[in-house]
Design a protein around this ligand. Sequence first.
Ligand SMILES: Nc1ncnc2c1ncn2[C@@H]1O[C@H](COP(=O)(O)OP(=O)(O)OP(=O)(O)O)[C@@H](O)[C@H]1O
Length: 267
Amino acid sequence: MPPALPSALAVHKLCVSFGNTPLLDDISFELPPGGRLALLGESGSGKSMTARAALGLLPSHATVSGAIAINAIDVTSTTALSRPLDARPAMVMQDTLAALNPLATIGYQLEGALRHQKLKAKARRDQAATLLTQVGFHEPKQILKRCSAELSGGQRQRVCIAMALACQAPVIIADEPTSALDVVTQAQILRLLHDVSAAPSGPALLFITHDLHAATHLCQEALILDAGRVVERGPMQHLVTSPQHPHTQRLIESARVCGIACERLYA
Ligand SMILES: Nc1ncnc2c1ncn2[C@@H]1O[C@H](COP(=O)(O)OP(=O)(O)OP(=O)(O)O)[C@@H](O)[C@H]1O
């Protein structure tokens, strides 16, 4: 049997506090290469803080214990920019206008993300266009010339996913990537995130969301957070059809009140 690949992202007994305030308490999970894990929980439960720890973006006054490894490289106490390239997750955020530089063309930004590949200028331009095709643009050369304000929200999110792919990151952390989009565009972006992570050697995906329905479509597994702790974990189907913890039960029930019967997806 070939040796098992290291986890794309491994978090072990992570605790984070700001001063005397504990924000994350004993968080552990592993994300295999190409795996898709949802982080679910109510507002303030610690989803984004977990992402910030994995990205190396906690403020310097944070007290951190436990361990974080990316591609088996220990990054627990290294900031984002001091990490080697193969231990830096890429980030896809909800606010695509803030994520992209409004004053630079998409081509300029995408080629910047390809810088580390040391390609010649023409090859870099071609690669930028190829990435845009990969995320669903039919006229990539036109998009390369535009600025972010000249694109729709869904188009900007595709560009952000292309930027994440350009970084060849082992993990994409997607924090509410579809919340600002209409339902048709949401479905397209979820499908795209699925396809990029399911591709051979595709990145693992940590999907942060309130949206149980989106998580059931996209992810194989989920962690449910409450007040900075993991209250339940397991295969998505199991959590949705047979939630054990009262907090998970409340999440499923709340989704049902909003007309979303996730368990039907598994019927
Ligand atoms: N800069 C900060 N300083 C102090 N406390 C913070 C800071 N940022 C977040 N927190 C606290 O950390 C906890 C977790 O916040 P976090 O942003 O991770 O929640 P979340 O689950 O991502 O919520 P949401 O779904 O609303 O984005 C909350 O209690 C929040 O008030």
